[in-house]
Write a protein that binds this ligand. Structure first.
Ligand code: AQP
Length: 326
């Protein structure tokens, strides 16, 4: 299978990004042709400081490798180094309706409260569709906050294929059971987010042990004292059970049994230690990789490999659409 996915270099990469997406990237890379992108053009849909963005790009690249993505097995590169993404996005935009984009919940959430939003924020799902379709991807491993974006990508691909012939491979999303949506630790009805104001609402992959313990111990639960999976009535405890299950590999039902009659304090303490242990090796290898000379070289090599595929796809797409002189 051809696999494609990406992460925005917007800082604070957290355990939601890891358990929902990055973990899948690693799992898939041995058996499949994987392309993993750092989607910097998506990051500027909201204005960013240029120097900070450059740093964040390298941070995500180093994190990719620290979690186990091998740039020799997988193609790892930065989106803006491959012009085909923007080029294909324009062609897809001409085959997308404003009404479908206006229905995207992420756009509604991110533009809420503003009189006017950047057009890039509105057309974000089309650029994401271009990212995926450019590599003839079969599978897109993501968290389930991306379900709607995968659906619109499929709709655009099917529409273009119906109009022009077999232009695109129609991809499928790939979601994990535990980890597909990790919720905020202080507001467990919202997803864990990079941009939430309270740092205790998330566990970033590079948090130190003290911060991890504090985030878990201060997480919002409820007052009935039962460790039971019930997202509708016990969102906080259910979220912690999900995180426990994703890090330990144990089914939620086993964890419920293990902590029957035990208070939240003990459960949280043990979850904090599990998280500390899971993230320690990532933090350690991140520091070595981030300092190493090879990081930029790996991204340059990845961009060359990605460009080779993208140029082939663009030549095919332009032929179908009758673009350019021949
Ligand atoms: N809470 C989450 N649980 C599970 N998976 C998640 N993902 C994001 N949050 C969770 C998945 O991580 C991948 C990369 O995400 P992204 O960089 O495209 O965007 P984001 O983390 O949603 O961050 P934003 O948009 O920069 O800001 P916030 O977080 O502030 O809204 C994706 O596969 C995503 O599904």
């Amino acid at each position: 299978m051809r696999v494609f996915s990406g992460v925005q270099p917007t800082g604070n990469i957290h355990i939601g990004n890891y358990l929902g997406a990055l973990r899948q990237f690693v799992e898939l890379q041995d058996e499949n042709a994987c392309v993993y992108c750092i989607v910097d053009m998506h990051a500027i849909t909201v204005p960013k400081d240029a120097a900070l963005l450059r740093e964040n790009i390298l941070d995500v690249a180093a994190l990719y490798m620290a979690v186990g993505i091998d740039p020799k097995k997988s193609v790892v590169f930065v989106q803006s180094d491959v012009p085909g993404h923007a080029e294909l996005a324009w062609i897809l935009m001409c085959n997308t309706y404003t009404g479908e984009l206006a229905r995207m919940t992420q756009f509604k959430e991110k533009s809420r409260g503003n009189e006017s939003a950047p057009a890039g924020l509105f057309t974000y799902p089309v650029l994401m569709a271009a990212d995926i379709l450019l590599y003839d991807s079969d599978v897109v491993p993501v968290g389930n906050d991306q379900t709607q974006h995968i659906e619109i990508c499929r709709d655009i691909a099917i529409r273009v294929n119906n109009r022009y012939g077999k232009v695109f491979v129609v991809p499928e999303g790939r979601f994990l059971k535990e980890g597909a949506r990790i919720m905020s630790l202080d507001d467990p009805v919202s997803k864990m987010s990079k941009s939430a104001e309270n740092p205790l609402s998330r566990i970033s992959l590079l948090d130190d042990e003290t911060k991890i313990r504090k985030s878990v111990m201060k997480s919002t639960t409820d007052s009935d004292g039962l460790i039971r999976f019930d997202p509708a009535n016990k969102p906080g405890v259910s979220n912690l059970l999900n995180i426990y299950s994703a890090f330990s590999g144990q089914p939620v039902s086993d964890i419920e049994k293990k902590y029957e009659g035990v208070g939240y304090g003990t459960f949280k303490k043990e979850l904090a230690e599990l998280t500390v242990d899971a993230l320690a090796p990532i933090r350690k290898s991140y520091e070595d990789i981030r300092r190493s000379e090879e990081l930029r070289a790996a991204l340059k090599d990845g961009a060359e490999r990605a460009n080779a595929v993208a140029e082939r796809t663009m030549a095919r797409v332009k032929d179908f659409f009758g673009l350019g002189a021949k």
